[in-house]
Ligand binder design. Sequence first.
Ligand SMILES: Nc1ncnc2c1ncn2[C@@H]1O[C@H](COP(=O)(O)OP(=O)(O)OP(=O)(O)O)[C@@H](O)[C@H]1O
Ligand SMILES: [Mg+2]
Length: 371
Amino acid sequence: MSYVEVENITKRFDDVVAVDDVSFTADKGEFVSLLGPSGCGKTTTLRMIAGLEMPSEGTIRIDGEDVTDRPAYEREIGMVFQHYALFPHKTVGENIGFPLKMRGVPEAERRERVADVLERVRLPDVADRSPEDLSGGQQQRVALARALVFEPDVLLMDEPLSALDRVLREQMRVEVERIQREFGITTIYVTHDQAEAFAMSDRVAVLDDGHLSQQGRPLDIYENPDSEFVANFIGQSSQLSGQVSSGDGAPVLATDSGMTFELPQSTASTPGDRLSVFLRAEKLNVSRTPTDAVNEFPAEITTTNYLGEKTQFFCRLDDGTEVIVAKHGFTDVENFEPGDVVYVSVPPENLVVARDPGTSKAQANSGDFTA
Ligand SMILES: Nc1ncnc2c1ncn2[C@@H]1O[C@H](COP(=O)(O)OP(=O)(O)OP(=O)(O)O)[C@@H](O)[C@H]1O
Ligand SMILES: [Mg+2]
């Protein structure tokens, strides 16, 4: 039995189905992220776990107890929001002490526990200051301290880092994870940022338009997405769809655009099946001359982007497909220019294969290269 069990929850707002039959779990002490594009139902799901929104259908259990109909104030849940939601006219200490005050904890004990939690989020000595005098990152630590001070059963966070700049956001990822591990608190974290979800989570649940697409470890989700949606949403890749035929040994995909790919030996398919392959940018090779590799295709470079830690080559294959090849630490950039003919190859075992024909939304997403 998992510590948090979300079972077949649905939430309808009039005729909008914000969350549709979603189930997932979090074990005790586990860090689980809900990851998905804007409007997919992440916040609504989190609010139902908090008791701020009642599900239209389904059950939520915490530590084996059905809490579905319990109001928010009877659930021991700490919550952190995108905008820190601190009281501006109270001091940091009063902000953090507030949940304790609500629970009738005497002042002396409150002060002690506030000091202790401030120590643990590495912000000693700010209890008497106004939250407005603190930086964004510091304010978010205060919000986290306020959510943790009463030792809740579960910590919920809704895009808590998205108001911070990139450098601070990356530092805070490490910090939030450290604090979560130290408190050992079961955490459900909402984000639309894959890197953030992957960096911190034990497991990730991917949501698509109100549905749960997949829950698994970051590695499983990245390497073995079980739908076109997940394969497109996670990572940077180009998609090619087609029909399986049997090659000499390994299965082969004949794409709708007229190309042929040898598939990984492990592909579970029979001739005639429709599949998509995803060419992940970092799993492709690019060379000046043919190398006789399997799945090697001539291509024309359309753009090169030198990004410092990596270089991106935008390449057009003969069938018109645009693929991106990403190379880390590449120093031979000047020698590759738009218009050059190169050879792009992908070993069969580097192909990500997914079955889910007809998911038009996944197709629409394939142009969204955010890695
Ligand atoms: N109170 C409400 N009344 C009507 N529709 C709502 C309400 N709250 C959410 N929705 C709708 O439900 C869907 C899911 O919204 P939700 O806020 O859960 O998405 P989200 O994944 O958190 O998005 P974002 O990443 O933009 O925060 C959206 O279509 C939204 O417009
Ligand atoms: Mg949201």
